[in-house]
Design a protein around this ligand. Structure first.
Ligand code: F0G
Length: 475
């Protein structure tokens, strides 16, 4: 007898496992101090639950590994390439497909083709590498998030949408002629993993057509966006996630996809598009910088894993259970007294550290303080999205302009952790939330000028109360 699918039950079981390290509190303190209190400088063998990124960190399936064994490593025209190309064509509806080694390579190639000095790229929110690649192409990146996105507590279903009025105003305004590209990030990783509605994408497509501006998707999490459209947007409840995803792609002129997320693969990316001339320009750049057009910096076995991953990722059972796991974690965290950006997305939860650690001013980096505490108390690695990453510092590393929010991102790798691991995360946060005033702030010891958060070194600053207590004891 067929078994009914259970909405939140993962449609797989575990076949291959990898041990995870358990350090004691003293070892974690030592490891973190040696890393300059920077989570990016920890070693993987010092981490129990790693929520630093959902990128390239997922588990592959037995079918993907079987495909990988079949990988054809011919320099040109490999069988694996044709399987990859056909999957991407079928999913996106775009004829022209170029493989790249990861998302940011696609960004570099597309922006150097469509943008240039003086041009403007408009987006709901550029991801950080996307922003950097727009700037490296000599152009300007402008974010136009919808106003609801800035209310972290609002339950609006599509806080990833672009502000359509601001988009139209820019396209018709004095800078209109300089807009070289409109890029919609689905889901909006820079702003709380919030999805973009089909209504918003359709309106963007219409505006871009009217103003003859190319409209592209940064579709790293296209399947998760499709799932949230199905759950939240009227009219899509009986569509398959795959049909919704294809429909979204077809509203645009092209897309860049980091396949390290919804490609369910450790590495990979793709450019897919309609216009043969833009394709030819991108292809020339690809061959010169990434690899021949039938492998683009990937091995045949990578192409095979991705071709299979693109089928598995749009499975409703998989997406439903993944969304349920993140939602459950959000509920546990919220019940423990820690606020998260609402409503919960799928690939990550964003903790409102500013609201929890009210005793720490932005200059003491409350987001970083909470992320550090999660490591020190629970062996959990994650990173802040707050003033350490986005704030403005002076020459002596002092904060002069804080970020709008002090957030911490808990990114959830795909098919990797069980509810028991996520329970541990919620329990650690609950412990911290009992006495948030004990969490120390941080000061920067040294920092590079560019991409600060990756290489910064910090040190803890004891909370004022503790300092007063120690001073009294010394007297
Ligand atoms: N676009 C978005 C929306 C992303 O989230 C990322 C990567 C990229 C592009 C770049 O892709 O890493 O394959 O070069 N995001 C990762 C993260 C790093 O942790 O969110 P890539």
């Amino acid at each position: 007898m067929p078994v009914e699918p259970f909405a939140s039950l993962p449609p797989y079981r575990i076949k291959v496992v990898e041990p995870i390290p358990f350090l004691d509190a003293g070892q974690r303190r030592e490891a973190f101090a040696a890393a300059g209190y920077n989570p990016f400088d920890l070693r993987a063998d010092q981490i129990t639950v790693d929520l630093l990124s959902d990128s390239g960190t997922g588990a592959t399936s037995s079918a993907q590994e079987a495909g990988a064994a079949r990988g054809d490593e011919s320099y040109a025209g490999a069988r694996s390439w044709f399987r990859f190309r056909d999957e991407v064509r079928d999913l996106t509806g775009f004829d022209h497909v170029l493989p790249v080694h990861q998302g940011r390579a696609a960004e570099r190639i597309v922006f150097s083709t469509l943008l240039g000095p003086g041009r403007i790229c408009l987006s709901n929110t550029h991801f950080d590498t996307t922003h950097a690649n727009v700037v490296l192409a000599g152009a300007q990146a402008r974010d136009l998030p919808c106003p609801q996105a800035l209310d972290l507590d609002s339950q609006e279903p599509f806080k990833g949408d672009i502000d359509l009025a601001a988009l139209e105003q820019t396209l018709t305004g004095p800078d209109g002629d300089r807009v070289g590209l409109v890029l919609m990030t689905i889901t909006n990783n820079g702003l709380g993993a919030q999805p973009v509605s089909m209504a918003n994408l359709s309106a963007v497509a219409e505006l871009c057509r009217r103003h003859k501006v190319p409209f592209w998707l940064d579709a790293a999490r296209f399947a998760e966006n499709a799932w949230l459209v199905r759950e939240r947007e009227p009219g899509y409840g009986d569509w398959t996630p795959r049909r919704i995803a294809t429909h979204a792609f077809q509203l645009a002129d092209g897309c860049m996809i980091s396949l390290k997320k919804d490609g369910l693969a450790p590495v990979g990316g793709v450019i897919a598009l309609r216009d043969p001339q833009v394709y030819a320009a991108c292809e020339a750049n690809l061959i010169a910088t990434e690899g021949f057009s039938t492998y683009g910096g990937l091995a045949g076995h990578d192409l095979e894993r991705i071709a299979q991953g693109l089928r598995e990722v749009v499975d409703a059972g998989y997406l439903g259970s993944r969304a349920a796991a993140t939602e459950r974690l959000a509920r546990l965290i919220n019940e423990a007294g820690v606020d998260t950006v609402q409503p919960a997305g799928i690939h990550a939860l964003y903790l409102n550290a500013g609201r929890l650690l009210t005793h720490l001013e932005p200059a003491r980096f409350p987001g970083h303080a909470l992320a550090s505490e999660l490591y020190l108390r629970g062996g959990i690695r994650c990173a802040e999205l707050g003033s350490l990453y986005l704030g403005e510092l002076d020459g002596r590393h002092r904060l002069v302009r804080p970020a709008p929010f002090e957030l911490v991102r808990l990114a959830i790798p795909r098919r990797v952790y069980t509810d028991a691991h996520l329970d541990h995360v919620a329990a650690t946060l609950a412990e911290i939330a009992k006495e948030p005033g004990r969490v120390p702030g941080y000061r920067i010891v040294s920092a590079p000028r560019l991409l600060r958060h990756f290489k910064v070194r910090l040190e803890p600053v004891a909370p004022r109360a503790a300092r007063r207590g120690r001073a009294a004891a010394a007297r």
